[in-house]
Design a protein around this ligand. Sequence first.
Ligand SMILES: [Fe+2]
Length: 331
Amino acid sequence: MPNYTINFAPPFNIVRLSHVEWVVTDLGYSKAYYVDLVGYHLEEETSDTLYLRGMEELNHHSLILKKGDVPKVNRIGFKVFSADDLEKAYRYFEGLGQPVVWVEKHAQGKTFHTTDPFGVPLEFYYQMERVSDILQKYHLYHGARIQRIDHANLFHNDVNAATEFYVSQLGFRVTEATVIEQADPDTPYVATWLHRKGGVHDIAFTNGTGPRLHHLGVWMPSVQDIIHLCDSMAAAGLRECLERGPGRHGISNAFFLYMRDQDGHRLEPYVSDYQTMDPDHPARIWDLDDPMRQTLWGQAAPRSWFELGSVFKGLEPQPSKLDATPIIAPE
Ligand SMILES: [Fe+2]
């Protein structure tokens, strides 16, 4: 099993995953779906863009929905610690030979765009417009009451190379991993969960055709909110959007639901993971064929969950280098 050296003094300091920008084909549908049912707070709306945040978030947005003809993921945004870190990040990616460009981004301070070595479009900034504190404005809560962004999970055609880059270069730490067989000392990673912020993950990589975005993970106030979301989606005639769950992951201990909108973007509302900020926090390792890995209660995930994802802007997904077959639920 790989054991990449963690870079505890990375070239710049990433605080956490900050936001994701999706292209959607029908803003009216997306507003009804993500604001009315899912329960995001609509912070700002323009003719072609919705800026959404969770009820505890003080940054202007954690999910941007932009009108377009073809669904895709424009980019993943990370917050860095300081202006100095932002300059260092720019020079780091420039030094790697990746494209780097300073951009004007609504409600954000100085921001640049680049790609990681695998072509995933990334955005870095350190200051976003601070908005009103609505954590205890309970009369504004609605839908399933999204609290905050948590993680982005990516299909990756080379999980091991991606994990090595984010760990040994950018200072991410692996909290959980799936391997083909722990008994084999040379077994490769099939999936990894990596963090900066002290939770189970900010980003995760899952073996498959990629890179593509598998899902955006968002934190909910309670299990009851996830049950309510299932009831609401069914009552609103959107039962087919409920793809998997609710259930309890073995990995991460999350109580989860997976849902896909009409553009194919997948959201994972979830509650409960655990703290991981100790520098010597050990990773939990799972065998691929362990039925409790996917769902602690044993239910397998549907085929769609292993095959469908959102493409990134400007990135042609590549077949995986690793032939690893997970447990798939019978159809
Ligand atoms: Fe997740």
